[in-house]
Design a protein around this ligand. Sequence first.
Ligand code: KIV
Ligand code: ZN
Length: 555
Amino acid sequence: MESHVGHVRIFDTTLRDGEQAPGCTMTLEEKLEVARQLARLNVDIIEAGFPAASPGDWAAVHEIAREVGTADGPVIAALARANRDDIEKAWSAIQPAVKKRIHTFMSTSDIHLEHQFRKTRAEALAIIREMVTYARSLCEDVEFSPMDAGRSDPVFLREAVAVAVAAGATTLNIPDTVGYLTPDEYGAMIRDLYEHVPGIEACVLSTHCHDDLGVAVANSLAGVRNGARQVECTINGIGERAGNASLEEVVMAIHTRGQFYGVRTQINTRELARTSRLVSSFIGVPVPPNKAIVGANAFAHESGIHQDGVLKHRQTYEIMSAETVGLDGNELVLGKHSGRHAFRTKLHAMGVELESDEEFQHLFERFKDLCDRKKRVDDRDILALVTGELQHTPEIYKLDLVQYSSGLGMIPTATVRLIGPEGQVWINSDTGTGPVDAIYKAINRIVERPNELLEFSINAITEGLDAVAEVTVRIREQGGVAEDAAADMGASTSTATVLSGKRIAQQIFSGYGVHTDTIVAAAHAYMAALNKMLAARQERIKAEAVAYAAGYGTD
Ligand code: KIV
Ligand code: ZN
């Protein structure tokens, strides 16, 4: 443990534990974009996915390993249950990465062993020994997690961890899978393992806490206080049920109270706000305004007494600055007179990296468009614009025109014009219960992909009547998904369902739109979700072909 004193590794599992939560599905291109951003954030390890879950997951991990797993980039980890097939799939998926890690897990609580795995404790130990040894024969960096450690018998937990250490695990991750423990109990569990497991001093102890009782971050920090030198967490705390420990909260607690914790991370904290917004827009789950660190109100001072204090001396009511998390210069104004140079400088200062001149030109045009509608354009507007415009969802249908009329005593009516991939032009109109309903119906007449609107939310990015609206929608593909996949693959329905796994029927797609006209933002958001749904369908077929060609397996 000595060599790691002072440095806490940040292991981001947004793309695995986060993405596996219902409704948090991302396309391959979105996962790749999140992985690139996590590399900018400078996380130590990215858990890129669970390759055995589906060929699509395998392909995403493989692509992230290829593009982001460079020599100076993060370690790329893949999750595997403790069986040979999963471990081999994880290993083949992370091959292109320079720094690779296999993360394997097996439950150790009696309740899991008895009711889920139907194994005795002795059988569990044998599996851990055999599978950690096997993983280690392939990869020199192996992480083992005793799942449901929080509810495991402490003496058996020591034994299981000792077996994993002896079999060659290099990181021991201790999950509170169901978010049951208090910070005191979690910290004590880490300390107990640290003090009683032979050989653990040569390994890294890691925390993995779920937020069912709202204490995932507190538990993770208690783990650090008691010797853990890796924290597993997710952006915005997304994850199973109530989620995982939130990366930005853990990082800023350590950053702000470094002396107390006696450790530091290598995170580039100025990338936190942008990372949070990116993930939120991809999964279609808005960040609550009062969310610590990245919520819209996290640095806002509303009460008179607080404002008075902050104006006299910032630190009267601020323990960290907005600049530190990448939210600086909210008051910095760009406007219609700002030129290319000022805009480029601003993007650079905000850490926005563009891939091409075309991308810059497109963004600049949208920025000018925004300046025509809004007098003051600050960082929050620009961040929203960047996130909305640089979604890498293929534009299978491009929204070219939206026209609507609505009002008291009127029948809400909308006309839309869409452009197809080969330049085809479609125009259609409909009426609805309101302008958004009319627009969505008109779009549906053209796209003809039945779906269910699960969620529709509007948020004003800034204050003021000319504020930019951000709209997030979530849709679920309806009916015939497996049948369609079967037709696409030339297979029977049952084969297609088996090939693609259960995820095929459960996929939810989100779309994000920003505009000063809320109705237009809503139209963009819906088009983005629809395009994602259509792209995912094409991606599924491609990923399956690539994964199977690379020996993914036939089960
Ligand atoms: O919560 C959990 O136990 C997990 C393991 C797979 C590490 O996510
Ligand atoms: Zn978990």
